[in-house]
Design a protein around this ligand. Structure first.
Ligand SMILES: *Cc1c(COP(=O)(O)O)cnc(C)c1O
Length: 393
């Protein structure tokens, strides 16, 4: 028995424009082949190399720790910060379920927060209202790649004595007030290299931090709680087989073939972002006079949007599903980001929330559609999306 590969084939030919596609060039393919030939299939020199390049790209004293997903990075960041039972963590409802689920891994409770109607990023005023004396941390999401104002975030965290783990799954590369997301003062910032994200290793993630004790704890916990320092210590004066388990850790390490691909994607990340930005300006110019509500492009001076997603709001609720079917009938894939967490059965019941409790997100959900925006789209494909949207909306 075997599967029929044709059933799974990603359509790169014909007329269909998929919602998302990774941008893989010959250089990524060669890097993976080289890694395969090297004999290192688990975490080896390519992982070290990728981490060094990623950290250096963010800043001289930023440490980058790779993992096999952003979810793992969010989990281990909270773990390293000591978040645990009895703690509450502020999470925007406008996110993927991973942001909230990692809080529950640790026995803590996510507190869902409404979003700003213009940016769809966390609403700090609503966050303030939902705080209790158990609130330990906040996990802001740079939705679609639009950076949260880093000064506003810092001031909020400082004044309420909160730990900050930024979910930057959409935000590489992005800048707030001229500073790259991940280069700032938050305890940790977590990027995703999932197949649909702005750069990819297939599956993968990275934690960026300026706290080397935090980075050490994550490095220990991503590989079974094996303390590398102790390992190196023994190795220097003893046999290579000896190691020390200091905690019940996890199996969250990135592989060398994935990291080799990541290093090439990293070098191309800015040019891929510039192409997406170019597509975003074509969409903006084309849709300006229509009754679509266009996404915010920046919050303050000096921002750089990563343009991971291009999310428009339809003029009225109730049209979204037919809009998506009509786009699909024209051979164009679209998506919805996000179904707010408080509308998902598990989080709705856990947090005992009704749609009206987070009114901005509930209303926005009825109107949002994500259009294709990826660096391998041709000008002709962008034009087809524009024409279809104008014909339908
Ligand atoms: C994709 C995504 C994640 C999870 O990333 P993985 O690398 O797949 O674990 C987390 N948060 C947000 C907002 C995402 O979009």
């Amino acid at each position: 028995m075997s599967i029929n590969k044709e059933d799974y084939k990603v359509s790169l030919e014909g007329d269909f424009i998929p919602f998302a596609l990774p941008d893989i060039a010959e250089a990524e393919i060669e890097a993976v082949v080289e890694a395969l030939r090297s004999g290192w299939l688990s975490s080896g020199p390519a992982v070290k190399n990728f981490e060094l390049a990623f950290g250096q790209g963010l800043g001289a004293d930023v440490e980058a720790v790779s993992l096999n997903s952003a979810t793992a990075g969010l989990h281990l960041s909270l773990e390293a910060l000591g978040v645990g039972p009895g703690d509450e963590v502020l999470v925007p409802t406008w996110t993927f379920t991973a942001t909230a689920e990692v809080v529950t891994y640790l026995g803590a409770v996510p507190v869902l927060v409404d979003v700003d109607p213009r940016t769809l990023n966390i609403d700090f005023e609503d966050a303030r209202v939902r705080m209790t004396d158990k609130t330990r941390a906040i996990m802001p999401v740079h939705f679609a790649g639009l950076p949260i104002d880093r000064l506003q975030l810092r001031e909020f965290a400082r004044s309420h004595d909160l730990l900050v783990v930024e979910d930057a799954a959409h935000a590489f590369p992005a800048k707030s007030r001229g500073e790259l997301v991940g280069a700032g003062q938050s305890e940790a910032t977590v990027f995703s290299f999932y197949a649909t994200k702005t750069m990819t290793t297939g599956e993968g993630g990275m934690v960026a931090t300026r706290d080397s004790a935090l980075a050490d704890r994550i490095r220990t916990m991503r590989l079974h709680g094996i303390n590398r320092d102790a390992f190196d210590r023994y190795r220097a004066k003893g046999p290579a087989w000896r190691y020390e388990v200091v905690a019940p850790g996890y199996k969250y390490n990135l592989t060398d073939p994935a990291a080799a691909m990541g290093t090439v994607q990293l070098a191309r990340a800015q040019s891929m972002r510039d192409r997406r930005s170019n597509i975003a300006s074509v969409y903006r110019d084309a849709f300006m006079g229509t009754d679509l509500v266009l996404p915010a492009e920046s919050v303050v001076q000096g921002d750089m949007h990563s343009w991971h997603l291009y999310v428009v709001k339809l003029p009225d609720a109730g049209r979204r599903d037919s809009f998506i079917s009509e786009m699909s009938a024209r051979g164009i894939g679209t998506s919805v980001h996000f179904i707010p967490l408080h509308l998902q059965p598990y989080w709705r019941d856990l947090c005992a929330l009704r749609p009206d409790d987070l009114p901005v997100a509930s209303a926005a959900f009825e109107r949002v559609v994500s259009l294709p925006i990826y660096s391998s789209m041709s000008d002709e494909q962008v034009t087809r999306v524009v024409d279809a949207v104008k014909a339908i909306s």
